[in-house]
Write a protein that binds this ligand. Structure first.
Ligand code: ADP
Length: 586
């Protein structure tokens, strides 16, 4: 989360709310209006209730008040029933809006994140992203549950109660408000603090998710290196930080409602002093006083909640800011691309011309040039770190070179739309990215594939043999990251997947030591079948592949240092001969 750490809260509240409204809340205008109407009714019941106390004391509890008794009784009962109905209705409506809008945001966020480039995913670990999608979007719900309800119901309650108080005695009302100015300055300071703390806290929540993600994904390494205690204590540190932040946030948030308590107490005191003496002197009735006093008492809860609302908004705003910042992150610009390939669907010739590429300051490819002939098998060999995998990343536009040209059949790949470009490649990498789904789903990847085609691909990739040996067959789960399969089986599944994709170019990163001799032979055979009729680039570790290659490119330190067939290269002694020697020995 290196970028997030330096984020400063400069997304203003009004702008955040405006975007939330425009993007997500606007669609629920009708539901919201309905919820608001219901909440107005719910809110005004409080004012009505306090208003009824005046006739109760002045008319009912007097000689001959029996007639009035029954209608005041029914009116009070009716108010409570009305309150029950409206509160259930408004809650249902608000929950519907909150859930729908926050899940819409989650889907939008995932869709957006998936458009971002490889550079983004290098600086934003999966755990932190999961936390944003799952955790920060909850903020949208918090906005609903607290801020909107506050404005809808509590503000209406307050206005109603205030009207009752004013109608009874403007002087008393003024006296009740005596402490209110005390609230303003602390509220402003605390809001800033909450926003800052919450932003830091959400960041830590991202680190927590990242830690968990890495521990569980690396469970073998954790256990084999006996890192359990180390990982637990690192996790503990983050969790402790979160606890401290959470306590500080809740504490500072409760300061405002606490201040509301003090201010209300001051108000009660002032009204009692002023009103009490007026009643003793017979200037005002007890009914007046009771109605006013109860109106004041009823303001207490809504007022506290409104006091907490600013804090709630700041907590939500911190998350919203993280979300919109992410929405505002754009993938590295790629020139507008509308080009096409001259021989669409045929295996193209691939050429790199003076390609330079670096990660930050570290130059990885130094003016790399080579041509991989159409429909042939080209092998990339060379020591680890030579830049072989980087070539694959550049071809598939997972990364952009700083300079130089990469072409398919002479067409610069930058002029091709991404879906067209990526459609040219079927890629099999070392970790054969399998998902925790059935083997079948891992092969077909959501495409509609006829059974014959599927069986052909499975046979060609030598998947059929091992699938037939498992009781569930193709419907057996592959396990998290394909962990239920052996290394060789995973590779074969990945090859079957590549075969079904039926792309004109095959990019293969051979697994090395993971395979035993038998699976190695099967994988090599599967590769040979898959390569037929395609332009194939193999990062080769096995002699079998190297020998059969039409062209071998020897790479070292980001350059092609030698090229030719196996025999030609063996004739020049040098890096290739050394590599071969190593292979033969092992
Ligand atoms: P090869 O496939 O030949 O073993 P790679 O293409 O994977 O080599 O890597 C070439 C160099 O690029 C290595 O020195 C590696 O450290 C560096 N490298 C690879 N990926 C990254 C990355 N994401 N960030 C920084 N450096 C990287």
């Amino acid at each position: 989360m290196s970028t997030a750490k330096h984020e400063t809260p400069n997304y203003r509240s009004s702008r955040l709310f405006g975007r939330l409204w425009a993007g997500y809340l606007r669609h629920y205008k009708a539901l919201m209006a309905l919820a608001f109407a219901v909440m107005v009714v719910e809110g005004s019941t409080l004012g009505a209730l306090s208003y009824l106390l005046k006739p109760l004391f002045d008319k009912v509890f007097t000689p001959g008040g029996e007639d009035a008794l029954i209608w005041v009784g029914f009116a009070i009962l009716g108010l409570f029933v009305l309150r029950a109905i409206t509160s259930i209705t408004s809650k249902t409506l608000l929950t519907t809006i909150a859930q729908r809008s926050s899940s819409a945001m989650q889907v939008d966020l995932l869709r957006h994140i998936l458009t971002l480039d490889a550079g983004f995913f290098q600086t934003n670990p999966p755990g932190a992203l999961i936390e944003r999608v799952q955790g920060d979007t909850l903020a949208v719900q918090a906005v609903w549950a607290n801020v909107i309800t506050g404005v809808g119901r509590d503000a209406i309650s307050l206005i109603g109660l205030f009207a009752v108080a004013l109608s009874i005695d403007p002087g008393w009302t003024l006296a009740a408000l005596i402490g209110a100015p005390l609230l303003i300055a602390p509220a402003l300071v605390i809001q800033r603090y909450i926003r800052r703390k919450t932003a830091a806290m959400r960041n830590d929540a991202g680190s927590r998710a990242t830690r968990l993600d890495e521990v569980f994904h690396g469970i073998q390494a954790v256990k084999l290196n006996r890192m359990e205690d180390y990982q637990t204590s690192r996790f503990q540190e983050i969790v402790n930080r979160l606890v401290r932040a959470e306590i500080k946030i809740v504490l500072s948030r409760s300061t405002i409602p606490a201040l509301v308590d003090v201010v209300t107490g001051l108000g009660f005191f002032a009204v009692l002093m002023l009103g009490g003496s007026q009643i003793i002197e017979g200037e005002r009735s007890i009914g007046d006083f009771m109605a006013f006093f109860s109106a004041m008492a009823l303001t207490f809860q809504p007022l506290r909640r409104m006091g907490d609302m600013a804090g709630f908004w700041q907590t939500a705003a911190a998350s919203l800011e993280r979300l919109f910042r992410l929405f505002d992150t754009q993938p590295a610009a790629r020139p507008a691309a509308t080009g096409t390939l001259p021989r669409a669907g045929d295996a193209p010739e691939i050429a790199l011309d003076a390609v330079n590429f670096s990660y930050g300051d570290q130059t990885i490819l130094h003016g790399l040039s080579f041509t991989a002939p159409a429909g042939k098998l080209t092998a990339l060999v060379g020591p680890s770190g030579a830049g072989k995998s980087t070539v694959f990343n550049l071809l598939t536009a997972m990364a952009q070179p700083q300079s130089g040209r990469i072409t398919l059949d002479g067409v610069d790949i930058n002029t091709l739309p991404l879906p067209l470009l990526r459609g040219q490649f079927a890629v099999v990498t070392q970790d054969a990215a399998l998902f925790d789904e059935t083997i079948r789903d891992n092969v077909i990847l959501g495409q509609a594939v006829g059974d014959d085609r599927l069986q052909d691909a499975l046979r060609a990739a030598h998947v059929t043999e091992f699938v037939n040996a498992i009781p569930l067959g193709l419907d057996a789960p592959a396990g998290p990251r394909g962990s239920a399969l052996s290394g060789g089986q995973r590779q074969r599944v990945a090859i079957a997947r590549a075969l079904l994709r039926d792309a004109p170019v095959l990019l293969l990163d051979e697994a090395t030591s993971a395979l035993d001799a038998q699976s190695e032979a099967l994988v090599a055979e599967a590769i040979a079948t898959a390569a037929t009729g395609r332009t194939t680039l193999v990062i080769a570790h096995r002699l079998a592949t190297i020998r059969e290659a039409d062209l071998i490119l020897v790479m070292d330190q980001g350059r092609v240092v030698d090229q030719g067939t196996h025999e030609e290269l063996l004739a020049h002694s040098g890096l290739y001969a050394d590599l071969c020697k190593l292979q033969f020995q092992s």
